[in-house]
Write a protein that binds this ligand. Structure first.
Ligand SMILES: C[S@@+](CC[C@H](N)C(=O)[O-])C[C@H]1O[C@@H](n2cnc3c(N)ncnc32)[C@H](O)[C@@H]1O
Length: 289
């Protein structure tokens, strides 16, 4: 099998995840996994993985979830991690080797929307933030459904609305004060917040043929750095504020002012061990009948 996804496909997602964005996830893997640790624990409670299960992990990235699901299935099960990002999957491969390698874990460069799967060959399709980037979500989820056995399940976590996610909204609001409001993106365009509206997610999964669709919206803390200053700096390096700064080529003085405003807004979230910012998340469940 070719270890390639054609570039130019998927509205630029392949280029995006193989350049700046993918490289940032690689460079910041430890920090991001710590930041997302609490919600990842919740995701694993939601997935309820059983020994011997066959799992696909969509957009498995640098490996946090596959390195946890593979031990959970045991060698009687299988885990297939898919991703379109070479740098991210390379790190996942390196980490799995460091854990001694797992013969029942396969990591594959592939576009989950168009990949051909063993029909009915899987018990669970899961994802941490890897399913919001398809250019045709209904087609993509229908393709994934074909991989599930009857009674098999889908379980993923995605972000709720920007307004309820201060980790992104505080830096964005601060940046807008100095740089102006960016041209509005179509609200459901492929991207981290594409599945913020639960009705939209319901429609996609219904259209793709899933049953028993259930969305549980929960609040989990995102764990930032030990200080507000460091957390503000981190928050400016990803997400909507970063994109605004980059598109406007903001001067160091403006960036410093934005960062100071973010520090003020994050200050109430400082706890004894770290800055902890509540995130609104959707844990989405569905089944194949
Ligand atoms: C926000 S990152 C999350 C990565 C990882 N799940 C985690 O939580 O650390 C989104 C991931 O989805 C991957 N991705 C985007 N579109 C994809 C597609 N069509 N098929 C497979 N992976 C995809 C990206 O390359 C990226 O690794």
């Amino acid at each position: 099998m070719s270890d390639k996804v054609p570039t130019g496909a998927m509205g630029g997602q392949v280029e995006y995840w193989n350049s700046d964005a993918g490289n940032k996830w690689v460079a910041n893997q430890e920090r991001l996994d710590r930041q997302l640790g609490i919600l990842t624990d919740r995701l694993f409670e939601h997935t309820d993985i059983q020994v011997g299960e066959r799992i696909i992990d969509i957009g498995c990235g640098t490996g946090a979830t596959i390195l946890r699901s593979a031990p959970a299935t045991g060698t009687g099960g299988t885990v297939l991690g898919l991703d379109i990002s070479h740098p991210m999957l390379d790190l996942a491969r390196k980490r799995s080797k460091e854990q001694g390698g797992m013969a029942h874990l396969e990591l594959r460069i592939a576009d989950a929307q168009n990949e051909t799967f063993d029909p009915g060959g899987y018990d669970l399709i899961m994802s941490r933030f890897g399913v919001m980037f398809f250019d045709d979500p209904v087609a993509a989820f229908a393709n994934l459904l074909s991989a599930l056995r009857p009674g098999g399940r889908l379980c993923f976590v995605c972000w709720g609305p920007l307004a309820n996610n201060p980790w992104f909204n505080i830096p964005r609001t601060a940046a807008i004060q100095y740089l102006g409001t960016p041209a509005p993106a179509p609200p459901r365009a492929a991207g981290p917040m594409a599945f913020a509206e639960t009705d939209y997610v319901m429609d996609i999964l219904t259209g793709a043929g899933y049953a028993d669709i259930r969305i549980e919206t929960e609040t989990c803390d995102l764990v930032g750095a030990a200080t507000v200053k460091e957390t503000a700096n981190i928050s400016l390096n990803t997400g909507p504020a970063y994109r605004l700064l980059k598109s406007q080529n903001a001067s160091p003085e403006i960036v410093a002012s934005i960062e100071a405003d973010i520090e003020t807004a994050f200050a109430p979230y400082l706890q004894s061990d770290a800055v902890k910012v509540p995130a609104e998340l959707h844990f989405v469940h569905a089944k194949k009948v």
